[in-house]
Design a protein. Structure first.
Length: 515
């Protein structure tokens, strides 16, 4: 197993991710570490890295490299972006890092930065349905990427980073209207010019934002929206009106008042406003009302790029091209799931879902949750046979499943958790975390999964197919080969949740089919 450390020397923060690359050329993030070294403070006005900033950067890099080496991660792949790239003494900093730490830092262009960000997002989020714009608002630059799941269509690296704009335009604690007008004019004109290229398709159906700035903005929005901290930034969504409101708050407040805004990272108190302004103008310019947030970006892109350079193509991607399905199956394989049983149960559950559409009125998203819950429903066996359904819930909610929001993971985990006997109850902590609509969905889907699992109680695929005859009672026609007694006996005892959820008695009708 290859153990890789990636260090991203950014304008605002220095990040390190520790990753393990498996035999199937998939990877697992073992740890993430970040420190805000503010390497770019003052750089974009003086064109130089200050000695204080270089000392801070060197201290952080020393700590990170020692940690990576002590944990056995080799190679260490450090990259640097706009602050080092644009400083006239950036080379001096690189020589210092090389001399003191033995690290050879690769300074990448804005276009290469965008390509790596795209790689990180594409391999963790489904971009196949519509053309997408990805935006990364860093401290020194903003990377724009027009793309689909298959290819990067258009790249622009713009000098609109949050620290850069703060240094150039926001000269006072509470900026006056003249400063803000100059800032807005520059951002608007720069984005207009960047997006007017013939290579850039103006019809974007989705916007994906990735960066620490976007993450902190999302934390502020979710606290205002729900009154609760956001458990997972990845796949969260924010609305344009919410972005405008946070921008308004940041604009009218001074530093001390901004620090009181719930969720605001104190280390971004002076730079968040300019970053939010850029995002708001971009959303207005391309005509989207909502943005999805990704916590996967350049560091994950470097990992994928490393793998690609050492192996033609990613085997996991070739085998399972759909991002979400790939992540589910990789998790299932990690816990040595019973492949034949799990896929057969998923097939029966989806058949039941499709044939009862007029009863539950659920859509493709819920159908997908049912399938993935079915594929993972038995992974808890890897921990212990007893109460394996609860272990399944734990493993799913603590797994890294790129491409899924935290809410989706909790719903799927609850569906899998209730595939056995117990009724979903509000006293169960996992079920209590859901809102009312999500509880209804879990009850419906777990009722179907429970029947499907019962119909393969022996794990020998005795039941070939099912057919639903709607009515009162609902007749579930079971077509089987061999002896189905165990399956029918189990299903008879597991149908109660379905009957309770859909207020309809279920009658099993058996049919023998030729093998």
């Amino acid at each position: 197993m290859k153990r890789l450390a990636v260090i991203d020397i950014g304008t605002n923060s220095i990040h390190m991710v520790l990753a393990e690359i498996g035999k199937g050329f998939s990877y697992k993030i073992v740890d993430r570490i970040k420190e805000m070294a503010r390497l770019g403070d003052g750089t974009f006005t003086s064109q130089r890295l200050s000695s204080e900033a270089m000392d801070r950067g060197l201290t952080v890099l020393k700590r990170f490299s020692i940690l990576a080496k002590n944990k056995g991660f080799d190679p260490i792949v450090p990259i640097a972006t706009s602050a080092v790239r644009e400083a006239t003494n950036g080379g001096d900093f690189l020589k210092l890092v090389r001399k003191e730490l033995g690290l050879r830092v690769r300074v990448i262009t804005g276009e290469e930065e965008a390509r790596l960000i795209y790689l990180g997002v594409r391999n963790s989020m489904d971009l196949s349905r519509f053309p997408a714009m990805i935006v990364d608002i860093g401290g020194g630059s903003v990377e724009l990427m027009a793309c689909t799941q298959k290819r990067l269509q258009f790249v622009r690296s713009l000098k609109l980073g949050a620290i850069r704009l703060k240094d150039q335009f926001l000269k006072t604690d509470t900026p006056d209207n003249k400063m803000i007008q100059r800032l807005e004019n520059l951002v608007s004109q720069t984005l207009k010019k960047a997006l007017s290229s013939k290579k850039c398709d103006p019809q974007f159906n989705q916007l994906v934002a990735t960066s620490g700035m976007a993450g902190n903005l999302t934390e502020i929005i979710y606290l205002a929206r729900t009154g609760r901290p956001l458990s997972q930034i990845d796949m969260a969504t924010i609305e344009l009106d919410e972005v405008r409101e946070v921008e308004r708050l940041l604009r009218i407040k001074d530093t001390q008042a901004r620090l009181k805004i719930p969720g605001l990272d104190p280390r971004r108190v002076d730079t968040l406003y300019s970053g939010v302004l850029v995002l708001r103008i971009l959303m207005e310019r391309i005509g989207v009302k909502q943005a999805r947030i990704s916590d996967k970006a350049i560091r994950e892109g470097v990992i994928y790029d490393f793998i690609q350079q050492h192996q033609e193509g990613l085997r996991a991607e070739q085998e399972i091209p759909h991002v979400r399905r790939r992540q589910v199956l990789l998790l299932a394989r990690r816990y040595q799931y019973s492949k034949t049983h799990s896929h057969h149960v998923a097939k029966l559950a989806l058949s039941l879902f499709d044939q009862t559409q007029s009863m539950h009125h659920l859509g493709e998203r819920e159908r997908e949750w049912l399938e993935y819950g079915a594929l993972l429903h038995d992974i808890g066996h890897q921990i212990c046979e007893s109460k394996h359904h609860k272990h399944t819930y734990y493993l799913m909610t603590h797994a890294d499943l790129p491409g899924f929001s935290s809410e989706e993971v909790v719903v799927m985990a609850n569906v899998a958790r209730y595939h056995r006997r117990g009724q979903p109850k509000i006293k169960h902590q996992g079920f209590r975390l859901l809102d009312r609509e999500q509880r209804k969905v879990v009850s419906c889907l777990s009722a179907m999964l429970r029947i499907a699992d019962g119909l393969d109680r022996s794990h020998f695929s005795v039941v070939r197919k099912i057919s639903i005859e709607l009515g009162t009672p609902l007749r579930l026609h079971v077509f089987f080969r061999y002896d189905p007694e165990l399956e029918l006996w189990t299903t008879e005892r597991r149908k109660k949740l379905f009957e309770k959820t859909f207020h309809c008695p279920v009658e099993l009708v058996g049919h023998t089919v030729k093998s």
